[in-house]
Design a binder for this molecule. Structure first.
Ligand SMILES: NC(=O)c1ccc[n+]([C@@H]2O[C@H](COP(=O)([O-])OP(=O)(O)OC[C@H]3O[C@@H](n4cnc5c(N)ncnc54)[C@H](O)[C@@H]3O)[C@@H](O)[C@H]2O)c1
Length: 265
């Protein structure tokens, strides 16, 4: 079987580098090119240190010369959509990990892929453990009246609470069919101590060095609690999900949104 040829868009970024490394060591895949707005050389060295592939700022030219099967995008919300339009326009499948895309962007990806009969996998979280944690939290939600989420991230994270914590809480409330019971303290001596409130789920954010991405969902009922805990210790955690998505995108004829769909959850 021919190897799936992969172009990495945003290749000089933190995730782009990780993807290049993972693709290069996956036997069924072949890294054929990298594109990044910061590119200052014409080639990028592969992690084996022996071979290199074309590097460019110009996606259109590289697509023509390298003819990838799949474009993997980890850039930013402004750069992702033009790259997707160009790739799908050329009949090339896409895997989009960039976050912050609007509903209009997602709809556009869906209809572009349908029109061109091209595959796409778009997922805000490629970490399989995170996706399974969210699924388990949803399953557990209807058996409990109380739920709180403590999410813990590195000190440079810009937003709070994390997108994963918000999505987990929303999915849990939806699965339960009604809000959880949120108990506020009669006297909150320090404001915010009981956390944010999303559908009765109290959300607490911890930010400090020594952490990467962690989340604990605590569900409570009479005399019992259930804790579902996620620990993600590095960016490599996203790679099994990205590799799976690349292989699936190459076979699909439409867009799939969320890694959970590929995992059959
Ligand atoms: N889906 C997931 O599981 C997942 C996991 C981690 C990060 N992310 C998301 O992936 C994205 C990238 O994250 P990162 O930490 O690697 O960021 P980063 O800033 O390290 O890398 C982004 C790269 O994109 C490049 N870029 C910017 N504009 C470009 C353009 N117009 N054309 C080509 N390249 C361009 C930048 O030069 C940079 O090298 C973010 O949106 C982040 O939230 C998603």
């Amino acid at each position: 079987m021919e190897r799936v040829k992969v172009l990495v868009h945003g290749v000089l970024g933190k995730m782009g580098q990780e993807v290049l490394s993972a693709v290069s060591s996956a036997p069924e895949l072949e890294a054929v090119a990298g594109v990044d707005v910061k590119a200052s050389k014409k080639e990028i060295l592969l992690p084996d240190g022996a071979s290199s592939i074309p590097l460019s700022r110009d996606l259109e030219t590289v697509l023509r010369s390298c003819q990838p099967d799949v474009l993997v995008d980890f850039s930013n919300a402004e750069a992702a959509m033009p790259a997707v339009r160009t790739a799908v326009g050329h009949g090339i499948a896409v895997v989009v990990g960039t976050t912050g895309l609007s509903d209009a962007d997602l709809n556009e990806i869906g209809s572009l892929c349908k029109k061109k009969k091209v595959g796409a996998v778009v997922a805000p979280n490629f970490a399989i453990a995170a996706v399974v944690m969210m699924h388990l939290s949803k399953v557990a939600a209807r058996f409990f009246d109380y739920a709180e989420i403590i999410e813990m991230h590195h000190e440079h994270k810009l937003d709070a609470p994390s997108g994963t914590a918000i999505a987990t809480a929303r999915d849990m409330v939806q699965a339960r069919g009604s809000d959880f019971i949120h108990t506020s303290a009669k006297k909150e001596t320090i404001a915010g101590t009981r956390g944010g409130d999303l559908g009765g789920v109290a959300l607490h954010s911890v930010r400090m060095p020594g952490l990467l991405a962690h989340q604990e969902v605590i569900l409570g009922a009479t005399g019992q609690t259930l804790r579902i805990r996620l620990d993600q210790i590095n960016r490599a955690a996203f790679m099994p999900g990205v590799i799976l998505a690349i292989k699936k995108a190459a076979e699909l004829k439409e867009a799939v949104f969320g890694l959970d769909k590929l995992l059959g959850l």
